[in-house]
Design a protein around this ligand. Sequence first.
Ligand code: DTR
Ligand code: CA
Ligand code: ZN
Ligand code: ZN
Length: 441
Amino acid sequence: MSLSVSRRLAAVTAFAVTAAGLYAAATPAALAAPPAATAAAPTPPDIPVANVKAHLAQLQTIATNNGGNRAHGKAGYKASVDYVKAKLDAAGFTTTLQTFTSSGATGYNLIADWPGGDPDSVLMTGSHLDSVNAGPGINDNGSGSAAILETALAVSRAGLKPTKHLRFGWWGAEELGMVGSKYYVNSLPAAEKSKISGYLNFDMIGSPNPGYFVYDDDPTIEQTFKTYFAGLSIPTEIETEGDGRSDHAPFKNAGIPVGGLFSGADYTKTAAQAQKWGGTSGQAFDRCYHASCDTSANINDTALDRNSDAIAYAVWTLGAATPVPPGPSFENTTDVAVPDSPAPAVTSPITVSGVPGNAPATTKVDVNIVHTYRGDLVIDLLAPDGTAYRLKDSGSDSADNVVTSYTVNASSEVANGVWKLQVRDVAAQDTGYINSWRITF
Ligand code: DTR
Ligand code: CA
Ligand code: ZN
Ligand code: ZN
């Protein structure tokens, strides 16, 4: 790509003014490690409700493309599992697919472990991912599934190092009688059950005529949620539709402390409840419960947002999140032109030294690429031994530039050595350049 005059000047200026910087950029010394974080636990993040709704849109598309549902034993359920799993794998989680059989069909539980934390003290968060056969199940229970997925992704974005070990679960065949969660709990050896300090369940948290219900099982978990909503001046009620009606039941029956949130199903909102929560009295919390109309339109965004944020608050608080002193960071700011397709990939090297042991499961890669059609680009992280970690695939994305942070589970790689950012333009027209990139351990 021909450099515009301003870029040529900028390039020359950069070379003249920061020759040392360029030298440093080519073989950078570790950037000064920021001061260690204070002992206070980090503030739980706001969960962007737009991200949660984007997951719901994907689940809606999956149902639409697979006979209108995401039910156990149907293609739509397995496609839902594959979607969630891909997001978690890309975010550095260790995922496991557990299979079981129910009503003659294979069912799937998806378990995702966040590396680190005390293996003898596990905080688990779960939602059932299946719908009924009648419809796409966006509130029941895409809402819970999407909210805990986005919370897990927030854990990854934060590079959280909680005291407890965090585990997330997406259950199959809940609508057949909590079959997946029962199978998971019953398959756990007693020693593993005893390590679970608490199970948080989220099944229907975006009901269109919402209530704010808190499970009244474990008092500590219950109080955690009540504290959150009190901070928003939102009154809550105890969930009284029956303990046995969702996936927390098998955990509770195994003696594990449980809690959760619920925005209501087919029961009717009273006048008193409408007075404090808004919405329509005399109408069900979710008129599309177990119906074909449980689509993307069957969500109250405010309830979904508040409950998603409450989930993050509970995971951070109950997980006893501790500060994350950022590890050593290395950067290369040398511009590297990315030629238009067809052309070989280009690379930008960073020599890492002085970092003991292996890279962490939460190795962070910050990428800054200037380009006029980022969908042309395939981006990989190359470890010193040549192992490639795909950061970004090509696709129809006409937006400019890639300015993104990726989390890579590079825990099998020795940290010291020459890491490379590899970029290849795989579609004709449009060019750009690697502006800078950084790796943080
Ligand atoms: N049985 C759940 C919906 C449901 C009904 N009452 C509660 C109470 C707590 C959680 C969930 C529910 C379902 O259809 O998936
Ligand atoms: Ca939010
Ligand atoms: Zn249901
Ligand atoms: Zn449900």
